[in-house]
Design a protein around this ligand. Sequence first.
Ligand code: PLP
Length: 235
Amino acid sequence: MSRARTQELRSRLAAVRAGIAAAAEAAGRDPTDVTLVVVTKTWPTSDIRRLLDLGVVDIAENRHQEAERKAAELADLGITWHFVGQVQSNKAVRIAAYADVVHSVDSVRVAQRLNSGAHRHDRSLDCLVQVSLDPGVHQDGRGGVAAADVAEVADAIAGAGLLRLVGVMGVAPLGADPHPAYEKLAAIGKQIQAVHGHASWVSAGMSGDFAAAISAGATHVRVGSAILGERPALR
Ligand SMILES: *Cc1c(COP(=O)(O)O)cnc(C)c1O
């Protein structure tokens, strides 16, 4: 394994951790209340092994096939696997085989399919409702449930025997100030938590905007390129 790559990941990871701590302190929050989830999509499992050595246990992927392959290759290493991409309902049963947390539940149907998968594989899953933060209607397919429908999907997760509702997730709209979007997400999260007491997670913020997300109340930030580098062009 390349030592130069290990050093690179070590220093970028340290910088992101410092940035998270600074943003939390600036917001009067305890840095340990913010969990870093490292998004490793497109990067090889050798990088995930390096991250494990550097103390990262929360790893996220956004495509089923890639996630399934990596989870199989890295089984039994104590990784918590987060799935953050759109869940196609015909893949949900298989995603339930390896994912520990699914951030991107965006319909009642997906919740039901994940629950069937959890039954089939004899496991339980932590789930978040992905909330659309796009102004207007879902025009660009970044996914998520309209604010008006979040409660229905949350109830479906909470009512499914093997799913545990842990909170809400959002992706800020492209090319706009992320702050109002993350404030809106945090407010929706509070409404959900008022009904479902342990649904306390707010999964928000990526490489470019995690500080804004933390100031709005994010409990989990999903950071990829700031740690691993710019991704090769999408295949
Ligand atoms: C890729 C991805 C991230 C991380 O994005 P970076 O800009 O590389 O930090 C976060 N969340 C989701 C849903 C993603 O697909």
